[in-house]
Design a protein around this ligand. Structure first.
Ligand SMILES: CC(C)(COP(=O)(O)OP(=O)(O)OC[C@H]1O[C@@H](n2cnc3c(N)ncnc32)[C@H](O)[C@@H]1OP(=O)(O)O)[C@@H](O)C(=O)NCCC(=O)NCCS
Length: 415
């Protein structure tokens, strides 16, 4: 019962790891099927990219017959997951206690914006709301600018990953104890978990400044500041602008302690500071931290004559950790990415050829075989027959009773 992005990320991942995932859909379909459409009347990429390797069954949970189908499925399945707004499943009559009673071994996964307890529990949430409330936005951006969201979907997809981990642990425990359990992940909690190092810095600020930050910090300043492209770790790092200075002509480099000498020897002569490696302003890490703005200026000066790929080719033999800022186009055409099955071509009956980002977890004996997403209700009959063993006459009477079609709209009462 997962929809939009957070839940489907989890269920798609489990499907890629071998689970038989039945997407139990509202007869109107997951809203993302129709959102941001690029091909008329076809399931959108928003939907297809998050719902691969699943079977789709539509069930009207606002009918008694639909609820019975749900109960029958509950008794057959190992996991039920949902990411509805607060209270939706309970309004259908299915609390965790009720579900546990129906199938004591089933594991239930639930994503909410803020979990089931606390002052925020009743609120809905989307990606950027979670980024705002989990500490990511206040620590992303440049100090004088507004807070920024990050392009990585840490609120939605990040929470889906957290849920998958919790479900696998609960599933393993249920094998031993015979008892399922309720696994809850709040998006806000998931984002906080991913911002762990920012809370490291939050506490360090109680004792002193943060010398590795390129922006000013001082004891008891309270909020961890936005620090642009600073590395965020013990080593200094930054994005260096390269030739021809377009939007993505940048190379991120980490000036690791161990590589400074080799780096300074290589770039020093070209920027007319032949003794850069022994220059007291940079020779020790403490001094480099204090003078890091100047150090970045010097490295940027060296980079003026090189593209990001050329600079990478210069720095790799020196063992300097670095990586070009890759655009989506760079990645979609990258040999390394293709070679690792991370950009996978698929076909779809409504939209034809399309591409999905591949499975990042590589299992040696059971690698993911990526298959297209289902059309709405494509497997309703198949699941009723093969999983629930309903016969044809039962299926057709349930259809007539409206178990698989959109709930009738309740007419509005006249004022
Ligand atoms: C994402 C979110 C904001 C979307 O809100 P929304 O579009 O209003 O959807 P909700 O989940 O609140 O409600 C779903 C509706 O579909 C109905 N529905 C869902 N499945 C149904 C089914 N099989 N049969 C009949 N009705 C169904 C529900 O009854 C509910 O309608 P109701 O409010 O009349 O009860 C909300 O689901 C949410 O906060 N989810 C938790 C956090 C989350 O996952 N957010 C990230 C999404 S990427």
């Amino acid at each position: 019962m997962t929809h939009v992005q957070a839940g489907p990320t989890c269920s798609q991942l489990l499907a890629w790891m071998g689970a038989d995932v039945i997407k139990f859909e509202n007869p109107q379909g997951d809203a993302t099927r129709g959102q941001l459409r690029d091909v008329p009347n076809a399931d959108s990429l928003y939907f297809t990219m998050l719902n691969c390797n699943k079977r789709s069954i539509t069930v009207n949970m606002k009918s008694a017959e639909g609820k019975q189908v749900f109960v029958d499925l509950l008794k057959k399945c190992h996991i039920i997951m949902e990411n509805f707004g607060p209270g939706v499943l309970e309004r259908f009559g299915f609390t965790w206690e009720k579900i546990h009673e129906l199938n004591p071994k089933i594991v239930m996964g639930s994503i909410k914006g803020f979990g089931s307890s606390g002052p925020y529990a009743d609120f809905k949430a989307y990606e950027n709301v979670a980024q705002a409330m989990g500490g990511s936005m206040s620590t992303t951006g440049v100090p004088d600018g507004p807070p920024f969201v990050t392009g990585a979907q840490i609120g939605d997809s990040g929470t889906g990953l957290h849920l998958a981990i919790g479900l696998l642990a609960a599933l393993r425990q249920a094998e031993h104890t015979g008892q399922g359990q309720y696994v809850e992940v709040a998006m806000m909690d998931g984002v906080m978990n991913l911002c762990r190092v920012k809370f490291r810095d939050h506490q360090r600020l109680m004792r002193g400044d943060l010398p590795e930050y390129s922006v000013p910090t001082y004891k008891d300043m309270g909020d961890v500041p936005r620090a642009g492209n600073d590395s965020g770790g013990g080593q200094l790092g930054n994005a260096i602008h390269c030739k021809p200075h377009g939007a993505n002509d940048w190379l991120y480099i980490v000036v690791q302690e161990a590589v400074w000498d080799a780096l300074a020897r290589r770039i020093g002569p070209d920027i007319h500071i032949p003794d850069l490696a022994t220059d007291a302003r940079f020779a020790a890490i403490g001094e480099r931290r204090k003078n890091q703005q100047l150090m970045w200026t010097l490295i940027n000066k060296f980079a003026e004559k090189h593209t990001k790929r050329e600079l990478m080719a210069i720095l790799n033999p020196l063992d300097v950790p670095c990586g070009p800022i890759m655009s989506t186009e760079d990645l979609a055409t990258d040999e390394h990415v293709r070679g690792r099955d991370m950009w996978v071509e698929l076909d779809h009956p409504q939209r034809g050829k399309w591409w999905n980002v591949g499975m990042p977890i590589k299992l040696s004996a059971s690698p993911a075989k990526i298959e297209r997403s289902p059309t709405l209700g494509e497997h309703t009959d198949e699941v009723l027959r093969d999983v629930l063993q309903y016969d044809e006459s039962r299926i057709s009477s349930l259809k007539q009773a409206g178990a698989f079609s959109a709930p009738a709209k309740t007419p509005k009462k006249a004022a």
